[in-house]
Design a protein around this ligand. Structure first.
Ligand code: ADP
Ligand code: MG
Length: 480
């Protein structure tokens, strides 16, 4: 995609006033989907931003799809802009403010932690971003922070604890391990989609800041501003590290915290009182010892969001980064070969048996050439199978290519999954024997089914009971 080739007229777009940064934002309708246009001041920076976002998108990181960059005249200014796909989502800040319950925090923290791990594990070497000595630079920043603080007239109970800790920065800061950082990861720059997937936005400040895989995203989330998000942060950390927290994690994180907090005082002198409260809260929660875990960090929380895995061989996985992952024998199968409707099979499972169920069932299905999908991870399984979510009980959905295959699959799946524990009932379907396997007649693509005279009917689903279309019969083999 070419950069800066599109002079655009934005006079007809609707400006929206949101965000913390200085750029203008517009909501534009173009094609079937809304789009989001954001302006920047600096052309070079915008170009890098765009390349970076494009790179992340291509690496399957949840970011808004980058569509176009260019230049626009706005008033007297000529500004670079980026257009991205409009995300139908709300910011995590808004979500957490509305509902700070432990469970919500844990769920959001969990999905975010594993997203960050993914973000930090990308190989960026092809981006050719100039390197510099991060550690040296940060040690300089530490020194400057202490000097400025001591020069100021601001003192608070326990400030020595921070200064002492910062003095040990050299010891605690790990050597460079080449991790790219979002650079401004706060709860306003994480959007949560309707499917509860997190989307990272606003990479203006991304940097190849090296070593800080662990410590840095922590401080960027401003946890220090209050203990209210502790479940969120804890869950994020645990999921980031897959419950194996590095020994020095908090000592490292607190170097960043200390620098952030002391600088806060210098940068916002008017907020001295609130800074004081913040510092106090942070010190109390860390027991005045910045090398140890804070009080709120107790046992590791369960990691929910590792994706279930399928040994998919040459099969094509359609992953549009929502709750489902779909597998087809080859790319294009859905359009070229898959029937539009038929008897489909659903499998329900328990949290403990999900991965085994998927491993067994996917082998059977791939041997037959039958397309299927499964809920991405434990998080979604819980979401769709608990009293809080829209109960439907499905873990896998299967699209047999014809009636014969459908009947064979019922038998083979029942045999393969005979040892699986009894799971949730799928109320919209008929149950096959006493198994976790269910079936109903419906659309494989879209929402309509068609009878043999070409009349269209809505595929009735989600009504909590089995509905058989008037023109369909249950196969004789399944009648008792
Ligand atoms: N692709 C997008 N789709 C929908 N909303 C978006 C998108 N990008 C940004 N926003 C909205 O605009 C706000 C500000 O965007 P952001 O890129 O963070 O700008 P700023 O530099 O002002 O922080 C976000 O908090 C979000 O509400
Ligand atoms: Mg922002």
């Amino acid at each position: 995609m070419k950069l800066y080739c599109n002079p655009r007229d934005i006079s007809s777009y609707q400006e929206i006033k949101i965000g913390d940064g200085g750029g203008y934002k517009f909501l534009i309708e173009e094609g079937p989907q809304k789009q989001f246009l954001k302006t920047f001041k600096n052309v070079d920076r915008t170009q890098k931003y765009f390349e970076y976002q494009d790179f992340l998108f291509k690496n399957n990181i949840n970011v808004a799809k980058p569509l176009e960059t260019g230049l626009i005249s706005y008033g007297k200014e000529v500004l670079p802009y980026v257009i991205t796909e409009f995300l139908d989502a709300q910011s995590m800040r808004a979500l957490l403010r509305k509902n700070r319950g432990k469970h919500t925090q844990e769920v959001l923290g969990n999905i975010l932690g594993s997203s960050l791990r993914k973000l930090h594990s990308i190989d960026y070497s092809c981006l050719n971003i100039p390197d510099y000595d991060h550690k040296k630079y940060y040690l300089y920043l530490c020194q400057r922070t202490v000097d400025r603080f001591l020069d100021s007239d601001f003192r608070f109970e326990g400030h020595e604890v921070y200064i002492e800790h910062i003095k040990n920065a050299d010891r605690y800061l790990p050597d460079i391990d080449k991790v790219f950082l979002h650079g401004d990861l706060n709860d306003g720059n994480i959007l949560i989609g309707n499917d509860l997937a997190p989307y990272l936005i606003d990479f203006n400040h991304f940097k190849n800041n090296g070593r800080a895989a662990a410590g840095y995203f922590y401080i960027d989330l401003r946890i220090a501003q209050g203990p209210l998000l502790q479940f969120f942060v804890k869950s994020m950390i645990d999921s980031y590290f897959d419950n194996e927290l590095p020994k020095d994690f908090f000592a490292v994180a607190n170097i960043f915290n200390a620098v952030f907090l002391l600088n806060l005082v210098g940068n916002y002198p008017k907020q001295k009182d609130s800074a004081k409260n913040l510092l106090k809260a942070h010190l109390v929660s860390s027991n005045y010892d910045l090398t140890k875990p804070p009080k709120w960090y107790t046992n590791p929380s369960p990691v929910l969001s590792t994706d279930y895995s399928v040994d998919s061989g040459t099969w094509y996985c359609f992953d549009h980064r929502d709750s489902w992952k779909i597998y087809y024998p080859y790319e294009g199968f859905r359009d070229k070969a898959m029937p539009r409707q038929g008897f489909k099979i659903h499998i329900s499972t328990t949290l403990g048996a999900a991965q085994t169920t998927l491993s067994i069932a996917s082998k059977i299905l791939m041997a037959k050439g039958t397309a299927f999908k499964h809920l991405r991870n434990q998080y979604y399984l819980q979401k769709y199978n608990t009293s809080k979510g829209p109960i439907n009980g499905k873990f896998m959905a299967i699209y047999p290519n014809n009636k014969k295959e459908f009947l064979e699959l019922l038998k083979e799946l029942e045999y393969g999954l005979r040892d699986m524990p009894e799971a949730q009932l799928i109320k919209s379907d008929l149950r096959y024997k006493q198994s976790n396997i269910y079936y109903r007649y419906g659309a494989f693509k879209g929402n309509y089914i068609v009878d043999n005279r070409g009349n269209k009917y809505k595929d009735i689903r989600g009504v909590g009971e089995f509905v058989l279309p008037s023109f369909v019969k249950i196969p004789d083999e399944l009648r008792d």
